[in-house]
Design a protein around this ligand. Structure first.
Ligand code: GUN
Length: 292
């Protein structure tokens, strides 16, 4: 069994990006600039946005954080989005989700100029991805694909089972795994809450991508020997022994499943660090006008 070290891979990629940025600056170009909009004080969102700002520093990017209290109106937020769209000093930006219930997330996402949508959530980017055109791919699926590439895990003709059909992970990663080329060319099955005989399907998987957000739900009897497992789960479970009061749990029963795997991602330290680095890659793409 080989552990897929997302933390190290993410550090390698950040160093590559920082080297590219240093060259850009030496050539007289300005640094890539990412803006993040954070509404309210949700613990998870605060942590993610802080990590994104820190990653910007590590990559040599400029970053701007725009904060609103949770009573901000949709109108105010849409105005900020319009300003960020028009600001030539900003290459890309994100609006951290979830948003308060009185604001339509879809309206906000669709208001973002798709050329600055480094989250890859805009329907233009989602549509372009599904037909294989240049686009911003959302961070988690892009991070998963990059891990498969860097660990040279064969995907062509392999059976890939995706657990979960969310718009930000399950659906896009299934699309990417079936796309022509490497990593891709896999035979993909997507399972979800209405799937019958789940274990029969998962036992066929050469590559299993678990993204349903239910801790410990992939058990050893559900996988075959030699499987590659990508665990996207990051559920916070209470843990009094930690300063934070919680620990992260993946969707996979790691201790019992790992011995059967050829490769597996740990939680934490697997997909998570890759997600943030994918956002940095997208910001670099935005700054170099690679998506138009
Ligand atoms: N909330 C959870 N994940 C994400 C993400 O990738 N982008 C944004 N904007 N919000 C999130």
């Amino acid at each position: 069994m080989q552990l897929i070290d997302g933390k190290q891979t993410a550090a390698d990629i950040k160093a590559e990006i920082a080297a590219t940025v240093a060259k850009m600056v030496a050539d007289g170009k300005r640094r890539p600039h990412l803006a993040a909009v954070l509404v309210g004080h949700d613990g998870g969102s605060e942590t993610y946005v802080a990590a994104k700002v820190k990653a910007c520093e590590e990559c040599g990017f400029r970053s701007t954080l725009i904060r609103y209290e949770s009573d901000v109106t949709e109108e105010e937020l849409l105005k900020t989005v319009a300003q960020l769209n028009a600001d030539d000093e900003i290459d890309g930006f994100i609006v951290q989700l979830p948003l308060p219930r009185h604001i339509s997330e879809q309206a906000v996402i669709e208001a973002i100029d798709y050329r600055k949508d480094v989250d890859g959530f805009h329907p233009v980017n989602v549509g372009r991805m599904s037909i294989g055109l240049p686009c911003f791919v959302s961070a988690t699926p892009a991070g998963i694909i990059e891990l498969l590439r860097r660990y040279e895990i064969p995907t062509r003709g392999k059976r890939c089972v995706v657990l979960g059909r969310s718009n930000i992970v399950g659906k896009p990663v299934a699309t990417l795994m079936m796309q022509k080329g490497y990593p891709g060319d896999a035979t993909v099955t997507v399972c979800h809450s209405a799937t019958e005989n789940l274990s029969e399907i998962t036992r066929e998987a050469d590559i299993l991508i678990a993204a349903m957000g239910r801790p410990l739900s992939v058990t050893a009897d559900m996988v075959k020997d030699g499987v590659v497992i990508i665990d996207v789960g990051t559920t916070r479970v209470p843990d009094a022994s930690r300063k934070s009061g919680f620990r992260l749990r993946g969707d996979v029963d790691f201790d019992n499943v790992a011995p059967k795997c050829s490769f597996i991602t740990p939680v934490p330290g697997g997909v998570g660090p890759m997600t943030i680095v994918s956002l940095m890659r997208n910001t670099l793409l935005a700054a170099t006008h690679a998506i138009y």
